[in-house]
Design a protein around this ligand. Structure first.
Ligand code: NAP
Length: 288
């Protein structure tokens, strides 16, 4: 019997995780099956527990269950605790469910390994203060940019995140502050940014955060954690305003999956062929 893994979400039918993990398994010769399981919020914890009781070896968790996944686990890695959310569950040696969060490392690997971006000493603008922003903030700080500014539609959430991560940032000499949402369109005395990360879900509604052409440094990169068959509204706006490079979150998706796979199987898959296969699938969709 192959080992069983699954991704839990609601809805889940669009998830690319089964494709990614089956491709990793084929590439590395691992005998496993990976399915997508739809679990509504009221049934999520019970469904996950049953999955593990019945022999499941590990799970991914996506919207809207990432916080509930952390809550149901008996233990959690420091990066899941810091993020306040989990996207990966695995079993410890004594059979307890442990929560981890691989989103942050996935983003950093995509930015640095796939796209060759150096983050040290750079100025970063992070848009959003939801689960994804929380999950990537600690690894971004650890990359030692000179400054991270956080802007969110609901200012209080950005302020809370900055307060929570201020000690870590101070330790590493990273300036961590908020930028009022209204100032995105009219940044007063803010120097331009080398990297602008969109961790809002605004693209889901076809909108982009309000951006000003003066936000972008000459070699600036715009990165949307979201991805799709066509460029997201944020990436379209960024390109229009003069961002030198625009990147979507497809690579982050593949990299966070690779980190989960490594946690479960102790094997690191090659991510590039799987990334290219997904990119080709999206390209075919866009051409329809
Ligand atoms: P979330 O917890 O629901 O947070 C949503 C964030 O978006 C909040 O900051 C919210 O601001 C903001 N927002 C929502 N609609 C907006 C709008 N119309 N205008 C401006 N801001 C808006 O969601 P999440 O889990 O952080 O996910 C955020 C995005 O990251 C999603 O698109 C998700 O697909 C993507 N993601 C990608 C990966 C990957 O592997 N590529 C991994 C994780 C997440 P308020 O606080 O004001 O509501």
């Amino acid at each position: 019997m192959p080992d069983r893994y699954a991704v839990f979400g609601h809805p889940i039918h669009h998830s690319k995780s089964p494709f990614i993990h089956r491709a990793f398994a084929a590439q590395t010769g691992q005998d496993l099956e990976y399915t997508a399981i739809d679990a509504s919020p009221e049934h999520f914890a019970a469904t996950v527990r049953t999955f593990f009781t019945e022999g499941g070896k590990g799970a991914n968790v996506t919207v809207p269950h990432k916080e509930a996944a952390l809550a149901l686990a008996a233990d959690a890695t420091p990066r899941a605790q810091e993020a306040g959310a989990a996207n990966t569950l695995f079993l410890t040696a004594d059979g307890a469910i442990c929560a981890d969060n691989t989103d942050g490392v996935g983003l950093i690997r995509d930015l640095t390994n796939r796209w060759g971006l150096a983050l040290e000493g750079k100025r970063i603008l992070l848009l959003g203060a939801g689960g994804a922003a929380k999950g990537i903030l600690a690894p971004l700080i650890a990359a030692r940019p000179c400054a991270i500014m956080l802007a969110n539609r609901t200012a209080a959430r950005a302020e809370a995140l900055v307060a929570a991560f201020a000690p870590r940032a101070a330790q590493l000499g990273v300036s961590l502050t908020t930028l009022p949402w209204a100032q995105l369109a009219h940044p007063a005395a803010t120097p331009p940014f080398d990297l602008v990360l969109n961790a809002t879900s605004a693209s889901l509604t076809g909108s982009a955060p309000p951006l000003s052409p003066t936000l972008w440094a000459p070699d600036a990169t715009a990165y949307d954690l979201m991805y799709g068959a066509t460029p997201t509204p944020f990436l379209v706006a960024a390109q229009h305003q003069g961002a030198a490079r625009t990147i979507d979150g497809l690579g982050m998706l593949v990299e966070q999956a690779a980190e989960s796979f490594w946690l479960w199987r102790g094997v690191r898959p090659e991510t590039e062929p799987v990334y290219q296969a997904l990119r080709a699938q999206l390209g075919a969709l866009a051409a329809r």
